[in-house]
Design a protein around this ligand. Structure first.
Ligand code: NAD
Length: 249
């Protein structure tokens, strides 16, 4: 049997990350799933992920905070010890701390940059020596349409997501010669815990402004991640793909 590909997903225990994990499982990838919260029921989630696939895949779970560089290096080390390689990195872990700039605390700005942008740096920097050695890698970073268009009340989040786009384009240029392709997905409004904090009224208001007149699903984002990450993508790098029902064109 051909050796399985290996995908590492940060923040992969719920929401978009979990659906990305399920998509790769379905396609026969072994998984490294990072999570951060002690209350994460990994047995239950592993069962759910494995139910979505016919393949005998293996899952390595690693609890780590992506803001800590040493923890990220350690995560990659454990993954390499287990699987010998990492073919795909999906930088999905992310948070919001919304506020108008006039009211935003310095900590709210710093924390969002630290998780969303610095976390992506920490993981990417730690993984690339191993991808370079294999002369193969697919990196998919989860940005956001607000990183492209901006959004009132989200200057910290929008800056972090715009930063991810600049980061991705730069590493796409640096790493192309090693057959490492890096791209961004920019989701619009997707139904997950992150957006469940919004009131029903606000969600309906948002849906009205989307050409497809509805919020997206985590699976719709996961399919786009796989489009960039699978081995048949050999010529797309440094791109941003909006998965947003036509919200930002
Ligand atoms: P979510 O809150 O369900 O998932 C975020 C995940 O990141 C969780 O698993 C969480 O534990 C993890 N995480 C947070 N801080 C972490 C840390 N320090 N270390 C490791 N993991 C950490 O939300 P989601 O909607 O699934 O978001 C996934 C990604 O998609 C995020 O990057 C988010 O910014 C992005 N996104 C979401 C939407 C949306 O509408 N839901 C839109 C655009 C972009």
């Amino acid at each position: 049997m051909e050796e399985r590909r290996v995908a590492l997903i940060t923040g992969g225990s719920r929401g978009i990350g979990k659906k990305v994990a399920e998509k790769f499982a379905k396609e026969g990838y072994n998984l490294v799933i990072n999570y951060v919260s002690d209350s994460t029921n990994i047995e239950e989630i592993a069962k759910e992920i494995k139910q979505t696939t016919q393949e005998e895949i293996e899952i390595l779970w690693i609890k780590a905070d992506v803001t800590d560089f040493a923890s990220c290096e350690n995560m990659i080390k454990q993954a390499i010890e287990k699987f010998g390689k990492i073919d795909v990195l999906v930088n999905n872990a992310g948070i919001t701390k919304d506020n108008l700039l006039a009211r935003m605390k310095e900590e709210e700005f710093d924390k969002v940059i630290e998780v969303n942008l610095k976390g992506s740096f920490n993981m990417t920097k730690s993984v690339i020596p191993f991808m370079m050695k294999k002369r193969y890698g697919r990196i998919v970073n989860i940005s956001s349409v607000v990183g492209v268009s901006g959004n009132s009340g989200q200057c910290n989040y929008a800056a972090s997501k715009a930063g991810i786009i600049g980061f991705t384009k730069s590493i796409a240029k640096e790493l192309a010669s090693r057959n490492i392709l890096a791209n961004c997905i920019a989701p619009g409004f997707i139904t997950t815990d992150m957006t469940n904090v919004l009131s029903e009224e606000i969600k309906q208001e948002i849906a009205k402004q989307i050409p497809l007149k509805k919020m997206g699903t985590a699976s719709e984002v996961a399919n786009a991640v796989y489009f960039f990450a699978n081995e048949e993508n050999t010529y797309i790098t440094g791109q941003v793909l909006n998965v947003d029902g036509g919200m930002v064109m």
